[in-house]
Design a protein around this ligand. Sequence first.
Ligand code: SF4
Ligand code: FE
Length: 475
Amino acid sequence: MKTKQEYIDSLRRLNFEVYMFGELMTDIVDHPLVRPSMNAVAATYELAQGEIMTATSHLTGKRINRFTHIHQSAADLVQKSRMGRLMGAYTGTCFQRCAGMDALNTLSVVTYDIDRKHGTPYYERFLKYLRYVQDEDLVCDAAMTDSKGDRRLRPAQQADPDLYLHVVREEEDGIVVRGAKLHQTGALNSHEIIVVPTRAMREEDKDYAISFAIPSDSKGIVYIYGRQPSDTRKLEGKTFDVGNLFYGGHECLMVFDDVFVPWERVFMYREYEFAAGLVEKFASYHRQSYACKSGMGDVLIGATQTIAEYNGIADAPHVRDKIVEMNHLNETIFCCSLACAYEGAAEPSGTYYVNSLMANITKLHVTQVPYELARMAQEITGGAVVTLPSEKDFRHPRIGKYVAKYMKGVEGVSAEDRMRVIRLIEGLTMGLGAVCYLPESMHGAGSPQAQRIMIARQTNLKMKQKAALRLCGVE
Ligand code: SF4
Ligand code: FE
């Protein structure tokens, strides 16, 4: 396994074409806007020891980072949920490495299934690729979401054929692809990009039914860095105004401008009838991964309890009750994520897959719970969550004393400590960190309606009706 430092050094060797604020960036590893997100991924290396964060490779028998592991049992799936919570609480942000793990597991199920039907060589190719990822301890970025254009139209019906990523030509030793993937979490902290389709496909869409993996700095990939609320605070030098001092997330718009993919890295090619199953599997695995948000919830609850104490309101019955409610909701996420793991079962390839219905329940809770927690945290924090003077004012020779005097809460706690906690809560609930706690909870791994559709499809209503009718004597 790589050390944290080896991981950071490995990123320096990558040669990205990346744009930020209209400029081509050269040194992104040390760029203050990118660095916190890289720190979060680096933590997946830093903490890689013990049963939760590491596993035994079923290919080589070696100890590997769990983020590169293929689940061999329900116990593996349970450790994955625990890892998400642990990492979420340690970083207080999105640590970006889960979608790649989920794509690897999805491919280990789906490539096997395609081969069984079509006699294709995808599973062997995939295992060879997996071995490389495990041996080198790589970060894989899963690229699923296309730009989708007119949402009423299928991929092949769009006015512009590039609105979904597709193959533009075949060459002797591979294929050339064009299109874009959006909202690419942690793209610039990744060694590899794993592309998968974003929706069910029909025969006419078969040029869009493709999956492959390529190095993240492959020729023809252009990264356009996404803005986040308050992002330029990170450019102000070292300041507690950023809230979370160490970690953050980032997203990119990733453009594939005629990118070549060699055949040995193609894992699905025009088998359109497997696209729906692939999407469903990836979505379910990634919806389980949202145990990460219960870890972030731990941080927000910890900050909220602290600010309640600093404000002198921790003993008020309604505040105590809200803290209990925050815990109740937060644990619900974790309970769901654990449940879908414990109920996991083996697929034909031997890979363990979560209980899909329960994974969807997990994620649907995640689209709601963090917003509720954020609301209660802001209520308990008070208006200072949006009106706090800056750290520079706090340090100012003339006015600093006023800030220190009037930003104080209870005796015995400094204004600085109180301001730091308020900044953390501001960040998590509306600033820099909120990207990973709120909209990512809403839309990451699919928007809520996607989960509702899956719940409707997977619920056995007939069985429930039968159970009811037997008890009241209806035949
Ligand atoms: Fe992992 Fe959560 Fe970030 Fe998704 S949102 S990559 S599950 S930390
Ligand atoms: Fe996500």
